[in-house]
Design a protein around this ligand. Sequence first.
Ligand SMILES: NC(=O)c1ccc[n+]([C@@H]2O[C@H](COP(=O)([O-])OP(=O)(O)OC[C@H]3O[C@@H](n4cnc5c(N)ncnc54)[C@H](OP(=O)(O)O)[C@@H]3O)[C@@H](O)[C@H]2O)c1
Length: 283
Amino acid sequence: MILVSGAAGKTGRTVIRALAARGAAVRAMVRRPEQVASVQELGAQDAVAGDMRDPATWIAALAGTDAVYHICPNMAPDEVAMGELALQAARRADVTHFVYHSVLHPQTEMMRHHWNKLRVEEQIFASGLPFTILQPAAYMQNLLASWDTITAEGVYRVPYTVETRLGMVDLEDVAAAAAIVLTQPGHECATYELCGPNVLTQIEVAAILARELGRPVGAETIPLEAWAQEARSAGLGDFEVQTLTDMFRYYERYGFWGNSRVLSWLLGRPPTSLATFVASVQL
Ligand SMILES: NC(=O)c1ccc[n+]([C@@H]2O[C@H](COP(=O)([O-])OP(=O)(O)OC[C@H]3O[C@@H](n4cnc5c(N)ncnc54)[C@H](OP(=O)(O)O)[C@@H]3O)[C@@H](O)[C@H]2O)c1
């Protein structure tokens, strides 16, 4: 039995589907009882509801499992503490494989959520558990948050300069890789960067959107202060706004991308291109 934490989120749902497609037995860990039915519909055999900040949730969730795929909630200020609880319970349950959903370049201190993941990785090494660490780039699926503006207004808005170069990865590819790592032997003590094949300026991203959607789409910068104000109005808290603001500043300064060859090797095929992803979007 494989425990997937953060199971009702964007990543968790995709990982459950990928594991179910490989015939794996999955227990989903969700926050709220009303999320249980939806993860079971995706293929989880079993589900537990509880708070990841509560050690008892982890102990109950890990009982009788062989492996865990730990997905921390997005932008959690206490990701390190939650990782520690997951590892303590995994050791206690004699789990034989701890797989952690990290992020590409966790070594970047300027991005607090990346830096927190590096500290969790450090704890994993110290735990003595057989582990695999997956480090995905930013998801192509993040584009879906602004799909209405892209398709209705023909504007692709980003809070950094449109010359910023980014490499995105299809979350479906990340989940497929996670399922391979969890169901095939030989991935213990490994850290894999998971990146898509294209490194693009945001002008090039808009051009792909335009071509695949068959309508004009232009890239445009929204000033960071205006983005932060919109984010606060939409309900994002101080930690999230500050962390994302720092991330966007980092993107503008350095760009953010990696190499797709590890993901190609794991999947046994080239990772999905941005054009193929956009062409496949059905909302
Ligand atoms: N987005 C990207 O491009 C990207 C790239 C690489 C790595 N990542 C990493 O991927 C991870 C998952 O991101 P995501 O976008 O899939 O997250 P998400 O959609 O926000 O899902 C997180 C899930 O965790 C649940 N949750 C929140 N707090 C909890 C708590 N205290 N106890 C138990 N469950 C809790 C949420 O429950 P509710 O449904 O009740 O809110 C939600 O179902 C993050 O660590 C992120 O840094 C993301």
